[in-house]
Design a protein around this ligand. Structure first.
Ligand SMILES: NC(=O)c1ccc[n+]([C@@H]2O[C@H](COP(=O)([O-])OP(=O)(O)OC[C@H]3O[C@@H](n4cnc5c(N)ncnc54)[C@H](OP(=O)(O)O)[C@@H]3O)[C@@H](O)[C@H]2O)c1
Length: 257
């Protein structure tokens, strides 16, 4: 029996990872801020799949929250075999519309927490010579898109660099770059989604299945879905100026303050 720890497990992509990994027979450590929701999720996954699901309430925008999860990942008596650093959010508004406190909170959750949790897990996994780490980034990593895109670009570069450094250690690291996925993300960020064409939406369960296949194949970067693979090939050869104009509008329609 192996154990997976998922941050941001209670909704969207994290919940899809939890469903799939539980169905595959993995025990889980579920991490988010809402304890009631975590407990309900743990009970449901235990009842449905007969796995053990541990609840760990933590706010990854705080040092205490990050330290609590890092301590769980470092516990060699209860090893974690797969870490999914998934917790994340969008801020409402463009650059300078967002408060400095919210910008820094995003960097804490998307970058500092990912760095510290990846490192705690990688160290423990290296000592056992096996393990996997999936860091959820975004295709926004490849386009100019405010602090969100910049933080996800960091996740991609960091993860691919660490994957190279850990080659041969038995520990796999992979950055996962989804396109638009129907989750609670956009509503939580107060973003309108009516200017996002239907074909751009991905299904969270299919995304997770593709991501786990890519991890098993030893990829360090996963862009699931042929539509986004094709789009990202175009992005690579598009001038940055033109790219910024196009991508800063898609999916960035904000509701009233
Ligand atoms: N949806 C998309 O279109 C999309 C596209 C590309 C990438 N992504 C990335 O995918 C990841 C998951 O997004 P999603 O769309 O699934 O979002 P979601 O549906 O809003 O779920 C976010 C999850 O993260 C948890 N969370 C948020 N802030 C947290 C914090 N400070 N500490 C601990 N947990 C926290 C939430 O639970 P609590 O509120 O209880 O803490 C929830 O479980 C994010 O990293 C996001 O950037 C999403």
């Amino acid at each position: 029996m192996t154990t997976a720890l998922i941050t941001g497990s209670t909704a969207g992509i994290g919940a899809a990872f939890a469903r799939r990994l539980a169905a595959d027979g993995h025990d889980l450590v579920l991490v988010a801020r809402d304890t009631k929701r975590l407990r309900e999720q743990a009970t449901e996954l235990h009842d449905r799949h007969g796995i053990e699901a541990e609840v760990l309430t933590a706010d990854l925008a705080t040092d205490e929250g990050i330290e609590a999860v890092a301590a769980r990942l470092s516990d060699l008596r209860n090893p974690v075999d797969l870490l999914v650093n998934n917790a994340g959010f969008g801020n409402k508004g463009r650059y300078l519309d967002v408060s400095m406190a919210d910008e820094l909170r995003m960097l804490k959750v998307h970058c500092e927490a990912v760095l510290r949790l990846t490192s705690a897990a990688a160290e423990a996994m290296r000592s056992r010579r096996r393990g996997g780490i999936v860091n959820v980034a975004s295709v926004a990593a490849f386009v100019p898109r405010g602090t969100y895109g910049a933080s996800k670009a960091w996740v991609v570069q960091f993860t691919q660099g660490a994957a190279k450094d850990m080659a041969g250690s038995g520990v796999r690291l992979m950055a996962l770059c989804p396109g638009f996925v129907r989750t609670e993300f956009h509503e939580r960020a107060g973003m309108g989604t009516d200017n996002i064409p239907n074909w751009m939406w991905l299904d969270a369960d299919k995304l997770v299945a593709a991501a786990l296949t890519d991890l098993a194949r030893g990829k360090s970067l996963s862009i699931p879905d042929p539509r986004y693979k094709a789009l990202m090939s175009v992005v690579k050869v598009t001038p940055r100026g033109l790219l910024g104009g196009l991508t800063s509008r898609t999916g960035r329609k904000y509701g009233p303050r």
